[in-house]
Design a protein around this ligand. Structure first.
Ligand SMILES: [Mg+2]
Length: 202
């Protein structure tokens, strides 16, 4: 079974949304995702405010409240039928986040065992066939096939297969989906398919 590593922030968890919300509330600004096209939040916020930006990440509750990226739970469950799925987060960048990140994963992705969660720094250490990540720096170092998950900061980046959301991942997104196990689908029957009804309406 092939192995796939999945980044957490900006791929499974909407960290940027929360970061932006806190920044805007604190400074009374209205920075939007559109303002961040091709830029990290750090690049649009003046240097004298960086300390506050950093403090949000270190605050106890930051990672606890992050929204789950739409469809990520369902698609990751499906990926598990076809791949060995590991979560690989560069948690070393914010060591105070360890526990909150673990709580968040246990709450929203209880189907991913603790044995399949990797806290790391440099993702070149990972041995996997694929890595889905929003950070081109990590994809460059990764030895397998990198898949770039769209985030405002990476919109100008080329050279990787790109997925815009989890539906893109499900529909292929650079993965070899030909061999995916199809989960059984119980389709709803159309009303007219009932033999008795068909007779009456014929
Ligand atoms: Mg990330």
């Amino acid at each position: 079974m092939k192995r796939i590593c999945v980044d957490m922030d900006e791929v499974m968890a909407d960290a940027l949304g929360e970061h932006l919300l806190r920044y805007n509330q604190h400074f009374g600004e209205q920075v939007t995702l559109e303002d961040l096209q091709g830029k990290w939040l750090w690049e649009v916020v003046s240097v004298d405010r960086h300390e506050v930006l950093e403090a949000y990440l270190r605050s106890e509750d930051f990672f606890d409240v992050l929204a789950v990226m739409p469809e990520s739970q369902r698609v990751l469950r499906r990926l598990q039928m076809n791949y060995e799925v590991f979560i690989a987060t560069a948690a070393m960048e914010v060591p105070t986040s360890f526990q909150a990140k673990y709580r968040w994963l246990a709450k929203h992705f209880p189907f991913i065992p603790a044995s399949h969660i990797v806290y790391c720094g440099d993702k070149s250490i990972l041995r996997a066939d694929y890595l889905i990540d929003d950070n081109p720096r990590q994809l460059r170092r990764f030895k397998g096939e990198g898949i770039l998950y769209s985030s405002p900061h990476n919109m100008g980046v080329t050279g990787y297969k790109r997925v815009n959301d989890w539906l893109d991942v499900e529909q292929g997104g650079g993965l070899d989906t030909q061999r995916w196990v199809r989960p059984p689908v119980l389709r709803k029957r159309a009303r007219w398919s009932h033999p008795g009804l068909r007779q009456r309406t014929a």
